[in-house]
Design a protein around this ligand. Sequence first.
Ligand code: 4AD
Ligand code: MG
Length: 427
Amino acid sequence: MIQDVHQHVGEEVKIGAWLANKRSSGKIAFLQLRDGSGFMQGVVVKNEVDEEVFRLAKSITQETSMYVTGVVQEDTRSPLGYELVVKSIQVLSEATDYPITPKEHGTEFLMDHRHLWLRSKRQHAVMKIRNEIIRATYEFFNREGFVKVDPPILTGSAPEGTTELFHTKYFEEDAYLSQSGQLYMEAAAMALGKVFSFGPTFRAEKSKTRRHLIEFWMIEPEMAFTEHEESLEVQEKYVSYVVQSALKNCTIELQTLGRDTAKLEQVKAPFPRITYDDALTFLQEKGFDDVKWGDDLGAPHETAIAEHYDKPVFITHYPTSLKPFYMQPHPDRDDVVLCADLIAPEGYGEIVGGSERIHDAALLAQRIEEHQLPRDAYQWYEQLRQYGSVPHAGFGLGLERTVAWISGVEHVRETIPFPRLLNRLYP
Ligand code: 4AD
Ligand code: MG
């Protein structure tokens, strides 16, 4: 594999590859090869190969698949550090008129060809970074003693409010696609202590922004015997770990994307914290006169706050009225809850939402009533407070927004293999 060539310098190797791009002159052809694991340049020198091989190298078309045999050689000019001096080529399947050429294409065209666009160097880099974040996530939580638990996708209740639910049918009954596994993860935390999930979630949000997907993947840890502040400590440690892992293990990919890694180097715990109250004062001082106490913070507000710091920042203690029914009230104030949103730097917005959960049975029942939620559907959730209730907290990290931030790509549509957007269910 291309990613292992450093172990084979000076050796003859045979790799299965596609032609990503090509350049040639009279006596030499440069083949940009990709094998899935990486990209590498193959050099075909006219005088050093059979006539037939050179003829093939000059005529081979983009995305043709082949076996290439050659000798690995150091090449300090390439990001990989190696190139292949080609000896022979065996074509497997010729590709004619590949639609994505090295010229510029519009986004809609590329999105229509997402199944092919994934092969590009840039998309390859983003997917490798996504994979590294997932890998580091499992590593982090396993080391910290968390157990992976898988909540259901087909559900009968709505943790984050009913407006954004995807309806479906469960035989004769109504069902919803999960918008968060949290309520189930709370049950799991009471069984296993510290748990985390990683799975798809669905939001029928009519938002057409660079941060919103209809289907996205979330990592949701939940911890028994844990209060608000301890949860923030886990969050900052986790996010730092993921960023530092990507810096360490995705150097080529970050370079391919032209990411300014100096900004990522600074992402180390602890992260700054600012209360919602102080955030409002800050915004008003910055000239935002459109926000008053009780309003949700929009993307421009989050960006203005984030710009003030060089690390992600926690905005804590939002008004109770803005947040879901399950959040624990502040011990001294009824109008704010023990929650935090983590805002990424560089305008990437909220990447984590979390809170301490209500552990008092009577208060939870009251909140469910106030939110006019069906008590029946939440009976099992209320029982978690009837049998050995404990303070507990958790959070959800949006994978795609995190990938966008670490990769430095503008829009979340490039951070998931097949994005589901307001106007896109295909391919
Ligand atoms: O803030 P949210 O809605 O929180 C929850 O769902 C909690 N139940 C999580 C928990 O405490 N277990 O979503 C969490 C994160 C957001 O911070 C954001 O990163 C991401 O999920 N997210 C989205 N990502 C892409 N597209 C969307 N439409 C998203 N909505 C939320
Ligand atoms: Mg949120």
